[in-house]
Design a protein around this ligand. Structure first.
Ligand code: NA7
Length: 541
């Protein structure tokens, strides 16, 4: 193991591993590294822990996974002592949870906060990563572990004139820490993805007037969030280990899975009755605990899509507004399906108006507000709920350079190439937690994260015990994995839609379905088998 050279602030400048990020992944990574006795440094550009939940403080921000699965499983004591208040926890509660985890396991001392990594360069001669921070420190590490999240590179679209706007503007993914007061304000929200759909009902209740600028109408399923009763909490805590075990082997890291049944084999009334029964449950189960052909068969999908369109028509009173809100032309579920708490009902409010940007596109932002091809919409506050450079963005912006100075952008010019979403050829000793090519955003994130961190740490232990210094994927293994990820995606309806899963929301980004869609349990098994076969597909030196 390397010697430890003290840096200016008495932290070692030569370590075994550098971890970037202090969200769920970074916290668990440093917990495991410390447990294994591997010297490490960890950097976080925010002033505290939380990752997604540190940055996404917009009104209504909430987990779309149930609280009893959207949390760590590594400590049974933690599971028993922490009590969630409701089914889908909101951002402040999740942040409190992550703060609690960090304090309980003394993880904050492992991090340098307010410290942004601006470059990580592989030094072939020294067999080290040289990690530079914006604060001017250089740390050397044998291993670089990215815990930078999948949806952390906020995307403000290049609409001309933003600098002229006289009001305040915010992006949901970089929300201020102090509450934003919308009372008495004319507010505009651009974007109707998950963040827009969560924030719009809350902002509408506060604002004098809310204008929603919608480019693509979205499907949404009711969350039916509710407080957890004392009895339910006791029951959940009693069964929590069993619930977690089911999540580990399920398709999307949830305690439910596809029914072993095809929708089109049912009579239509039976299919519709089941959709209705599942709709009443609320949450993702409506789609991902439903029939297994919903995301592979356009006809089955269309019946489910029409079921939701009917719900929108029944909810929105003004038929003209309802027509604008109704999604058409892409299969339901192939854009990230939002969960909502009164989203469509919000358009029945007197103080809410909808601008259909397909009819009247935004031309520019002006001092008074947003100018479309039809009007100037006067605004005091503008909210960009316009999403993220998903999956690859958080990694490419770290300034990672592998062998021969190659950047990740260069390597991934035609789309991300990875082996298992964990590593990429030409970048030795780099591990990506929930990288592109792994299930990541298609499942419950903490389940994905813990599996990746455990796999990486086991691999580091294996290398330590067997005296191996370097690891990277073999070219053939990486190519085969890429082909497999594509083949699985092509068997579904996902590639038919412009979505951030496909990189379609970022101008110039290659159109590639980025996550692994073969199911979380299958992926976990595969990763374990590869490790058991001596890390098949990886090259060691
Ligand atoms: P999304 O799902 O990428 O949604 C972004 C929304 O912003 C979507 O409706 C976009 O319309 C819209 N958008 C993006 N750029 C523009 C421009 N230039 N003009 C008008 N509208 C635009 O991001 P979210 O943050 O909502 O969701 C990410 C979350 O998914 C994440 O936080 C997880 O909770 C799950 P489009 O559909 O592209 O036409």
């Amino acid at each position: 193991m390397p010697s430890t050279i003290p840096s200016s602030d008495d932290q070692p400048a030569d370590v075994d591993a550098v971890v970037i990020g202090a969200g769920f992944s970074g916290l668990y990574a440093v917990y495991r590294l410390r447990e294994m006795g591997l010297p490490h440094r960890a950097f976080e550009q925010g002033s505290g822990v939380g990752g997604t939940w540190y940055w996404n403080r917009y009104p209504g921000a909430s987990s779309d996974s149930e609280s009893w699965v959207y949390s760590f499983t590594f400590s049974p004591e933690l599971e028993q002592e922490w009590t969630w208040s409701c089914r889908f926890p909101e951002q402040p509660e999740i942040l409190r949870y992550l703060e609690h985890v960090a304090d309980r396991f003394d993880l904050k001392s492992c991090f340098d906060f307010n410290t942004k990594v601006v470059e990580a360069r592989w030094d072939e001669a020294a067999r080290r990563w040289r990690v530079q921070t914006a604060q001017g420190e250089e740390v050397q590490a044998r291993f670089l572990i990215t815990a930078a999240g999948c949806l952390s590179a906020a995307q403000v679209p290049a609409i001309p004139g933003l600098e002229d706007f006289k009001g305040d503007w915010y992006h949901t993914g970089e929300w201020p820490h102090e509450p934003v007061d919308f009372s008495g304000k004319r507010v505009g929200v651009i974007g109707t993805g998950s963040s827009g759909i969560q924030s719009i009902p809350v902002i509408a209740r506060q604002a004098q007037h809310l204008t929603v600028f919608q480019r693509t109408p979205n499907f949404s399923v009711p969350a039916r969030n509710a407080p957890l009763s004392a009895e339910r909490i006791v029951e959940l805590k009693r069964n929590i280990r069993k619930i977690r075990e089911t999540c580990r082997w399920s398709t999307i890291g949830q305690p439910y899975d596809w029914r072993d049944q095809e929708a089109l084999k049912l009579r239509r009334e039976e299919f519709l009755a089941q959709l209705e029964a599942d709709w009443q449950k609320g949450g993702f189960e409506w789609m991902f605990g439903s029939f297994k052909d919903l995301l592979t068969d356009r006809e089955a999908n269309e019946i489910a899509a029409e079921f939701v369109r009917e719900k929108i028509r029944a909810t929105v009173k003004d038929p003209v507004v309802a027509r604008k809100l109704i999604p058409q032309g892409y299969p339901i579920g192939t854009k990230r399906l939002p969960l909502d708490s009164g989203y469509f009902e919000t358009f029945n409010r007197e103080n809410v108006s909808l601008v259909d940007l397909r009819e009247t596109p935004i031309e520019r932002i002006v001092a008074e507000g947003v100018k479309t091809s039809a009007d100037v919409h006067a605004l005091d506050t503008l909210v960009f709920a316009t999403g993220f450079d998903a999956l690859t963005g958080p990694l490419t912006r770290l300034g990672i350079r592998g062998r021969d100075g190659q950047t990740l952008q260069q390597k991934w010019a035609e789309g991300p190439q990875t082996y298992l979403g964990l590593a990429t050829r030409g970048f030795p000793n780099l591990f990506m937690i929930t990288g592109p090519g792994s299930p990541s955003v298609l499942g419950n994130m903490p389940t994905s994260i813990e599996q990746h961190v455990d796999w990486i740490c086991d691999c580091l232990l294996h290398m330590k015990q067997s005296g191996k210094e370097l690891i990277e994927p073999a070219s053939e293994a990486e190519a085969q994995w890429g082909a497999h990820v594509k083949e699985l995606a092509d068997a579904t309806l996902f590639p038919q839609t412009d979505s951030w899963y496909m990189g379609a929301n970022i101008p110039g980004k290659p159109r590639v379905f980025m996550p692994y869609i073969g199911g979380f349990g299958t992926y976990r098994k595969l990763c374990a088998e590869i490790a058991a076969k001596g890390y098949e597909g990886f090259l060691f030196a």
